[in-house]
Design a protein around this ligand. Structure first.
Ligand code: HEM
Ligand code: ISQ
Length: 147
């Protein structure tokens, strides 16, 4: 959805680097998120009230992986199935997520992609991931408005 073949290929090329050592990058992802917007910590049960992002936390890793998986699926052209989107949107509404939060998650996600890609990172790779994220975020935001 909205990505050129070249952009899809770029996202795919970085997927392996990202998922290979995902525990490390999920920690990085949350660390960036909390650094950019500290109050966001209060939204996540496994971060609430703690001064540091926990290492080797399976719950944290699973949540972070879901975000990357959905963004990856958007990149390669899959839409989120309707019942799943409804459920996902209602979880976010219930947790108190607002539109501005999507920007900070985007920033943290793109930083994580950069960290994982290392020397293979490029502006084009960044744009491809940003587009994939925007497609995913737009779907969830719309779903949230429909509740
Ligand atoms: C939960 C994905 C944006 C905060 C979830 C879940 C998924 C997900 C798959 C698990 C839902 C379930 O339990 O069934 C995404 C994706 C996003 C996105 C793909 C953007 C493209 C955001 C934003 C925030 C946020 C912007 C706010 C900072 C949360 C919270 C939970 C959650 C607080 C519940 C965590 C818990 O109680 O364990 N998200 N999310 N999400 N998301 Fe997001
Ligand atoms: C948004 N939703 C669910 C999990 C997340 C993990 C890290 C950053 C953002 C997230």
């Amino acid at each position: 959805a909205g990505l050129s073949d070249k952009e899809v290929a770029l996202v795919k090329s970085s997927w392996e680097d990202l998922t290979k050592v995902f525990p490390e990058y999920s920690f990085y992802f949350f660390t960036q998120l909390v650094q950019i917007a500290p109050p966001v910590k209060e939204l996540f049960p496994f971060l609430k009230g703690s001064s540091e992002v926990p290492k080797n936390n399976p719950q944290l890793e699973a949540q972070a992986l879901k975000v990357f998986n959905l963004t990856f699926e958007s990149a390669i052209g899959g839409a989120i199935a309707d019942p799943k989107l409804k459920q996902l949107s209602s979880v976010h509404v219930q947790k108190g997520v607002v539109d501005s939060h999507f920007e900070v998650v985007k920033e943290a996600l793109l930083k994580t992609v950069k960290e994982a890609a290392g020397a293979k990172w490029s502006e084009d790779l960044n744009i491809a991931w940003a587009k994939a994220y925007d497609v995913t975020a737009a779907a969830i935001k719309n779903g949230m408005k429909a509740i």
